[in-house]
Design a protein around this ligand. Structure first.
Ligand code: FES
Ligand SMILES: [Fe+2]
Length: 352
């Protein structure tokens, strides 16, 4: 089950350019995204109302999209505006269009009731536009249920094991209990590891701090849209980072990670990992993104393998809960509650 009345990240802005068409599924529905001549993003169902040809094999013509099977033309609202050989198109050929907002270098789509699509509900990712941070927008496809990725991100104890030689590097991560808070539809997790002997492996050769460090991951998981924003970093130990004092030598990062369900067994993962120091150093941005990607590929291997095991498990097999699951349990409960509320309270239009 998926939340429908929320904004999902469909694509990075740069993935839809000029007259290009992007086919991407969200919560099981095939979508096609394109831009009008003026550059406005539009999203339609990727299924022609005639013989169900994918419109993503079509052609952008002005502000409209032509199905390249038998030539029907649709506007940004899904109305069929032209049928070859007829003065006026046949009735009832309209297709579904979806509310779209382009913000924070991302194209967001609303899969639920269109009248509820309030642009103010787009999750805050302003760091993408902030010149104080530099990052590279990136995408990974997962063959896994979005909730397994959510579980992973709500429990960083795995950094000590999955990412032993990359993002983690210290057993302290698994041994330290995080502070877990829930603020409305957001789970906030605060992790401090004080007086660690060394930087995480992924930072070696990227940046230097001599001597022991205080290290942190402070992040919020916004459930509608599955958006994580994280303040993380390392500072020379004892310089007051936990109290909010970040000395110039501190290495500070801002990560954005967004999980959009493709369907029940596949997910889109949009991410960026910004730094706010050495802003004119493109090599640093590049190298940092490469190191983070190494870590994320470790997650992908583990989570996709986990999905396969889940698929083969007998119906009565149940997962166990251990101490580190407090964050993911909180997330799962919140998701279940929001799903139930949506089911009970709000009408969601039938797919057509
Ligand atoms: S399938 Fe699109 S026009 Fe026939
Ligand atoms: Fe991970």
């Amino acid at each position: 089950m998926f939340l429908k009345n929320c904004w999902y990240a469909l694509a990075w802005s740069h993935e839809v350019q000029g007259a290009g068409l992007l086919a991407r599924k969200v919560i099981g529905q095939p979508l096609v995204a394109y831009r009008t001549e003026g550059g406005e993003a539009a999203v339609l169902i990727d299924r022609c109302s005639h013989r169900f040809a994918p419109l993503s094999l079509g052609r952008r013509e002005g502000d409209t999209l032509r199905c390249m099977y038998h030539g029907l033309v649709f506007d940004t609202q899904g109305a069929c505006v032209l049928e070859p050989g007829r003065k006026r198109p046949s009735p009832n050929m309209a297709i579904r269009s979806y509310p779209v907002v382009e913000r924070y270098k991302l194209i967001w789509v609303w899969m639920g009731e269109p009248s509820l699509a309030d642009p103010d509900l787009v999750p805050d990712c302003h760091w993408q536009d902030d010149p104080a941070w530099r990052s590279i927008p990136a995408y990974i496809h997962y063959k896994a249920d979005y909730r397994l990725i959510m579980d992973n991100l709500l429990d960083f104890s795995h950094l000590s094991f999955v990412h032993e030689n990359t993002l983690g590097g210290s057993l302290a991560i698994a041994e330290t209990a995080p502070l877990i808070e829930q603020i409305d539809k957001t789970v906030r997790i605060t992790r401090w590891y004080r007086n660690e002997p060394d930087l995480a492996p992924y930072l070696k050769g990227v940046a230097e701090i001599q001597g022991p460090i205080d290290r942190w991951n402070i992040y919020e998981w916004h459930m509608p849209g599955n958006v994580l924003n994280m303040d993380s970093g390392s500072a020379p130990a004892g310089t007051g980072a936990p109290e909010g004092h970040r000395v110039p030598e501190a290495l500070q990062f801002h990560a954005t990670q967004i999980v959009t369900p493709e369907d029940g067994k596949n997910s889109h993962f949009f991410w960026s990992y910004g730094h706010n120091f050495n802003l004119d150093d493109a090599v640093l941005t590049d190298r940092l993104a490469g190191r983070i990607l190494e870590g994320f590929e470790e997650d992908k291997v583990m989570i996709e393998a986990q999905q396969l095991v889940i698929d083969q498990a007998p119906d009565d097999a149940r997962m166990g809960y251990i101490l580190v699951d407090a964050g993911l349990a909180r997330g799962r409960r919140l998701l279940e509650r929001l799903l139930a509320e949506e089911q009970q309270g709000l009408a969601v239009p039938a797919e057509h």
